[in-house]
Design a protein around this ligand. Sequence first.
Ligand SMILES: Cc1cc2nc3c(=O)[nH]c(=O)nc-3n(C[C@H](O)[C@H](O)[C@H](O)COP(=O)(O)OP(=O)(O)OC[C@H]3O[C@@H](n4cnc5c(N)ncnc54)[C@H](O)[C@@H]3O)c2cc1C
Length: 500
Amino acid sequence: MIKQYDIVIIGSGIGGLSTLLYLTETDDFKNGLISIAIIAKGALDCTNTSWAQGGIAAVEAIGDNFESHINDTLIAGANTNNKEIVNKVVRAAPELMKDLIRWGTNFDKNFHNEIDLAREGGHSAARIWHYQDQTGQAIEQALLAQLYKFPNVDILEFTQVTQIIQIQNGFFQIQLYQLNNAIFQDIISCKLVLATGGLGMLYEKTTNQKLSTGDGIYFAKKLGATIKDLSLIQFHPTGLAQEGNIAFLISEALRGAGAVLRNNSGQTFMANYDERADLAPRDIVSRAILEEMNKTGTNHVYLDATKVDTYFLEAHFPNIKRQCLDICGIDIEKNLIPIIPVQHYSCGGILVNEFGESTIPNLYAIGEVACTGLHGANRLASNSLLEAIAFAKFSIKKLLQISKCEINTQPLALKPNFKNIDIRLLQQTMSKYAGVIKTNQQLSKALEILLKIKSDAILENVPKIEFLQNEMMLELAIDLLDDAISQKENKGVHFNLDLV
Ligand SMILES: Cc1cc2nc3c(=O)[nH]c(=O)nc-3n(C[C@H](O)[C@H](O)[C@H](O)COP(=O)(O)OP(=O)(O)OC[C@H]3O[C@@H](n4cnc5c(N)ncnc54)[C@H](O)[C@@H]3O)c2cc1C
């Protein structure tokens, strides 16, 4: 008999964990009426949430107001956002901060014992709630501590979802692979929440965790759900120029604190591109950096934090300071930090309504995997942690509408052949031809290379999990390119020189 749950949540970042915690606060859960499992393909805290630095946006300061946060979100999103959603999320934000605090999140306070709000690029007021430069870790650890209080929630860690199909009654059959003992197993769920995060590993350079491979979007598409704006990828202007796939993020809060960008000749340049200079939205800063790199023939520019007060740096950016020293031997109080724009955030994803419901009955998407309409064509800094917890809360009533019945089914069959794909070439292609600045020719070239990777893939009979994973990434990357090619105008993060 395959184990059956009322609700399965895939993902243990802020999206998955806050959905779970809101569920545990309902009478249905307290009265033992619903069974829940939460699944993560790595350790529970191996999430992008844990790596979030800058913080989470919510109106709090005297003089700040909802209209201003709404307006900033719409400006960043090139006015393509869903205005009702922006309104709903921004107005919910202060209450959501109370929920995070109730669950144990520690935000920095100032000398007056008030929340120490920071200001970030694109925000016209200080409204970023943070814990040093490790806000995500503070949130993740607080939510995980709550999770462990519920022994009746099944926690499936180091368990990768490899297939999902919809069966009788609109329920889901989910194939799992236990990474520690190499066993495939199936479960059934009445409702399914995809909280699987972003897709940074489709690119050669990303700020994302290595687990960010876009699985949720792939599964949702296979189930027939609508995917929207997959090509709207936000590149972060200030990834540390370092070896390997993952670029340590230098939060823009550092620019908010006074750090400035300099080109190879040591000149500041952002004022030449935008009146907001170093605090312009990320897409504008990323393009300006690439232009400077082109002009000066270099492969990075610099971030200069040497004029930021030393005490302030140590109090607010201890992690950035430590990581720059550990990774590159750079003392940010004395040296310039070499940086490059890198993949950072997926603005599009599984299309959901105001309750986090996808276009497929019983299937929900919460967090970065979803396209809620909050961000429009570009995400405003610190609005993504907010979006995840907001939609977790908005989804609860609908999630609890469960039709109970026992399902009998056979375990899902394994794929007969696994394809060994050149994932490195895929990542290089995506970064080279589908990066910050695109052209029609480059996008077609990228698609051609990816289709060739697909046709050249070597069939293997060994059921290696990375073969499955890489195949999913290839399909997703092809969909992303198709979406980029279909964009008819430049908006937000989408910038195609042929559409200028
Ligand atoms: C370096 C960095 C800094 C950031 N800073 C900020 C910030 O300051 N403010 C802000 O608002 N946003 C920030 N962001 C963005 C924000 O952190 C993410 O958008 C958000 O944390 C995503 O949360 P999530 O719950 O959707 O996914 P994640 O936190 O990434 O969690 C994804 C989960 O899904 C699981 N999973 C994925 N696929 C499978 C599968 N096949 N089977 C089983 N489990 C699976 C993973 O194991 C993981 O548990 C930052 C992102 C990065 C990378």
